[in-house]
Structures are given as C-alpha cells and as structure tokens.
Design a binder for this molecule. Structure first.
Ligand SMILES: Nc1ncnc2c1ncn2[C@@H]1O[C@H](COP(=O)(O)OP(=O)(O)OP(=O)(O)O)[C@@H](O)[C@H]1O
Ligand SMILES: [Mg+2]
Length: 309
C-alpha cells in the first residue's frame, strides 16, 4: 500500500564471510510499519538489524524479497525523499563545520537557502550544537557526532525516520533528549523505525517492537500489551529448602542455609506449598514485573536453546 511507510516482504540477504563462507544475515524477513507508529527493532549483535536498514536505504541490495518506503521500491532514490536516516556509525566530511554539513544535506533535499538557515538553527539548538556548529566536525566528541547525525535527519522535516541505534554513544542527557525528540515526532504524526539494544529506551518510546535473532524475525509485540501481562514470577529467598526440592529446580544459589531462586508465576503455588510442607520458610518474596528486557532475554535464550538442540 502506498501509504505504508515501510513494507518488507520475504527479504533474504547473505554475505560472503571469511574464506568465502556464506553468512545468512536475513532469512525471509517480512514486516510492515504503519503510519504514525514508533517501532523498535531489537536484536542481539549480528542479528541483521543494520543489514535490514541498509536495504531500506538502498545502500545494499537484497538477494531476494521486496522492501518499499511509502510504496516505492527501496532501490529507487525517490523512495528516500521523505526519509531521515541515521546510519549505524555516522561519519561526515570532517573538514566541514556542522553548519556547512547541514547546508549540504539541505541542498541534497532541494531546500531553499532560507529554509536551510532556519531549519539548521532549529536542529542545532535542539541538539545543543549551536556553538560547536562553527567548528570543523573533526574536533567533535563521539556523542556530538551522534547528535549531529540525528539533527540532520530532522532538517527536511521528513515523514519517516529510520535510525540505526540512535542512542549509541550518548550520555544520559543526550539519550533523554533523543527519546523526547522521538516522542515529539510521534505527536506530529511522523513514523519512526529504530534499532536498539537498549530495551529500556524501547520501552519508553515504542508503540511496537519486533525482535530479530540470527537473521530470523521472531515476533512483533505491542509494547503496552506486553507490559500489561504483568508479573512474570517471584524472586524468592528461602530457608530450609529440601535437597529434593532444590534438585527439582533450576538456577538455585545457596549459602549459609539460605537459598535464592526465581520461581515462575505458574510454578509458585506448588513451590510455596512444598517448601512450607517440608518445614521451610520465606525470607523474601519479590514480584518480578515483565519488562522489555526480560521479554527480550527470554526470547534470545529460547532461540539459543533451540539452536543447540
Ligand atoms: N559486509 C559484510 N560482509 C560480511 N558479513 C557481514 C557484512 N555486514 C554484515 N555481515 C554479517 O551479517 C550479520 C548481520 O550483521 P548486521 O550488521 O546486520 O547486524 P546487527 O544486528 O546490526 O548487529 P549490531 O547490533 O552488532 O549492530 C552478521 O553476522 C555480520 O557479521
Ligand atoms: Mg548494527
């Protein structure tokens, strides 16, 4: 559909790795991003996030499958007109000042000189780069380069933002700023697709998340629904855990007669009954809420387990 900001269908991509060995970076990825949503693309290192993003920006070609931005094939330069893009490791012509660089970006998008001036001032101020903007980029810190990288995505006021790890290299103030900027874009009805490892960041700003592991898309979830699923289980500190009960459980750590373990919500009633029946007692019961981090880690572990099987 022409109005769908991102539509990805059965994307496959492999690289030639060391000694010609084939690396399957994407295996049959399909995903649609709807207008006005903030979508977090999660996955461990090497999962295929940047490969997907590079295909969306036409920087590399897939082996097969289809990727479209607003209905236009990602291979067509027209597809990028309404997109602000932050690459994984932004690198600029470092002899330019930030002001000159933004001028270059604005011209590439066909903006007028007046619009470039106004918008450059706006985005530089937003990212606290107004003073630095007169100095060559080569003198910038990593975080300043990253802030400039995000600032340039906003310059031409695009409808879709594709950001590869926007929080990377930023201090807590910079991260909070980027999250606020993303939320403001959402308020304006823009669409944001970003990759991240930082699950807490995704939790705060995303409407939906999708998880990719080893090039295989696992599932997409609505963040609000995921968080509402509530308590995952209980962290327990107990005394008098019988040897029999201990051996029937995973991940128990004991010392000085006290044992600590995590008990799932489903297993809790039986565990508590067995413990008390055998004369044991609880020192501490702490409910563990499900968050994106625990959801993500569980998914990664499960996939890892299946792979070993
Ligand atoms: N140019 C390349 N040549 C060979 N292999 C590559 C190339 N680019 C990526 N890969 C491989 O493809 C897989 C996916 O890489 P990709 O960069 O997409 O992962 P990622 O999810 O972005 O990881 P990270 O979180 O570390 O940025 C990895 O196994 C990686 O080693
Ligand atoms: Mg990457």
């Amino acid at each position: 559909m022409a109005s769908t900001p991102i539509s990805i269908s059965q994307l496959k991509k492999s690289y030639r790795g060391k000694r010609g060995k084939k690396v399957e970076a994407l295996r049959d990825l399909s995903l649609d991003i709807v207008p006005g949503e903030v979508f977090g693309f999660l996955g461990p290192n090497g999962a295929g996030k940047s490969t997907t993003i590079k295909i969306l920006l036409g920087l590399i070609r897939p082996d097969s499958g289809d990727a479209r931005l607003f209905g236009v094939s990602a291979a067509d330069p027209q597809a990028r007109k309404r997109v602000g893009f932050l690459p994984e490791n932004p690198a600029f012509y470092d002899f330019l000042t930030a002001g000159e660089y933004l001028g270059f970006v604005g011209k590439s998008f066909g903006m007028s000189s007046a619009a470039i001036r106004t918008e450059s001032d706006r985005v530089l101020k937003l990212f606290d780069l107004t003073v630095a903007a007169k100095r060559p980029i080569r003198g910038y810190s990593k975080g300043m380069v990253q802030r400039l990288g995000i600032a340039q995505t906003l310059l031409h006021n695009p409808d879709l933002y594709i950001l590869d790890e926007p929080m990377s290299g930023l201090d807590p103030i910079g991260r909070a700023l980027v999250k606020d900027v993303i939320l403001e874009l959402k308020r304006q009805g823009k669409t944001v697709f970003f990759s991240t490892h930082v699950t807490a960041d995704a939790e705060r700003v995303c409407d939906r998340i999708g998880v990719i592991i080893g090039g295989v898309f696992q599932e997409e979830r609505v963040v609000g629904e995921l968080l509402r699923e509530g308590v995952d289980g209980y962290f327990c500190r107990v005394r008098g855990l019988s040897a029999e009960l201990m051996h029937s459980l995973d991940g128990v750590s004991c010392g000085d007669g006290v044992c600590e373990l995590f008990v799932s919500r489903e297993g809790y009633d039986n565990f508590a009954a067995d413990l008390l029946k055998n004369g044991g007692s609880f020192d501490l019961i702490e409910p563990r809420r499900r968050d994106i981090e625990s959801y993500f880690l569980e998914l990664v572990r499960n996939v890892g387990d299946n792979r070993c099987a």
